[in-house]
Design a binder for this molecule. Structure first.
Ligand code: ZN
Length: 333
């Protein structure tokens, strides 16, 4: 089993080298001195267990070498080679793939769970080839990889060889609009790696953080300026302990408990200043509320309000959003 996984990781390594070939100039960029100081091929255990969905795994925060999730294999039609995920992520991943296929996007998992030791070997092979700092722009040190959580898949198009999905392609666009409905978010979504915890743009790397947290991430992303997207490690690092706890509480045990996430794909923002008319979310229905063109909803216990009439994308009316798990939203009249 371990031998198989190691072999696959080597295959994945070659797939990665193909996928990032177009980013060679980025690899030549000088790296920050803090990264140089951190860069090492020594595989040092972190201190964290990864049981919590929103476990902070990034450059500064690492999992224990002995920590591993309980994982199950993805059925062959959902993966390229043998790939496994933690059960909750696995169920949602299959639902996401099914939904994407319904829209003609044939996704599959090219690289899922990786153990601490697999990541250690993988990173060393990259560092040997490209140097430690360069390798650390597209691959994480052991313990610092989200893949060890068992909640991540690197995505490919089934039947499309072993390349990761491309930025701006149909799969990327579909995932940007719908992945959050299944609790997934792209961990490294920006072209500038300084906005991605130091990693290059990886439109293929999706982490399951739960439907609740994914909706909250999208809502916060909608408030960012200049088309900036919100990287998962940046989002998680920004959460307070109580926010993290609230978002992890339960993940959509039934539809009625799911917070509406109309800010998600639409990019609704508090264009009107967002002054809360009431801080009491118990008075706002779970699916949100329309009063004329004004949309009100609660996300993770926080009251939000936006006047759709102020939008510039044509979705200037308030009404029922047809997407799953979404109630009221700004929609086209
Ligand atoms: Zn990945």
């Amino acid at each position: 089993m371990i031998a198989t996984r190691t072999l696959l990781s080597v295959l994945a390594a070659f797939a990665t080298s193909v996928a990032v070939a177009g980013c060679a100039s980025e690899l030549d960029e000088p790296t920050a001195s803090t990264e140089d100081a951190l860069c090492t091929t020594a595989c040092t255990s972190g201190t964290l267990d990864g049981d919590a969905l929103l476990t902070r795994v990034d450059r500064g925060s690492a999992l224990r070498s002995s920590w591993a999730p309980s994982t199950s294999a993805l059925p062959a039609s959902y993966a390229l080679g043998a790939q496994s995920l933690r059960e909750d992520a696995r169920q949602k991943f299959m639902a996401l793939v099914d939904a994407a296929r319904g829209h003609g996007v044939n996704l599959a998992c090219l690289s899922g769970y990786r153990s601490f030791h697999t990541q250690c070997a993988l990173f060393r092979s990259y560092a040997e080839r490209d140097g430690c700092e360069a390798a650390n722009t597209y691959s994480a040190n052991a313990g610092h990889s989200e893949h060890q959580l068992g909640t991540v898949c690197d995505l490919t198009l089934a039947g499309g060889g072993s390349s990761f999905i491309a930025a701006g392609g149909t799969a990327d666009l579909w995932l940007r609009a719908h992945a959050h409905e299944y609790g997934f978010a792209c961990s490294y979504p920006n072209t500038d790696r300084r906005d991605n915890d130091g990693y290059i743009h990886e439109p293929w790397h999706y982490r399951y953080i739960g439907v609740r947290a994914a909706a909250e991430l999208k809502a916060r992303e909608a408030e960012l300026a200049g088309g900036l997207r919100l990287a998962v490690p940046v989002f998680i690092a920004s959460l307070s302990a109580s926010e993290r706890e609230a978002l992890e509480l339960s993940d959509e045990p039934d539809d009625s408990s799911a917070p509406p996430s109309r800010a998600s794909d639409a990019g609704a923002s508090d264009a009107d200043g967002g002054a809360p008319a009431t801080p009491d979310c118990s008075t706002v229905p779970f699916e949100g509320r329309c009063t004329g063109t004004v949309l009100e909803w609660c996300a993770s216990g926080a009251y939000r309000r936006v006047d759709c009439a102020g939008r510039t994308d044509g979705r200037v009316a308030c009404g029922e959003d047809p997407s799953p798990y979404i109630g009221k939203n700004c929609i086209a009249p």
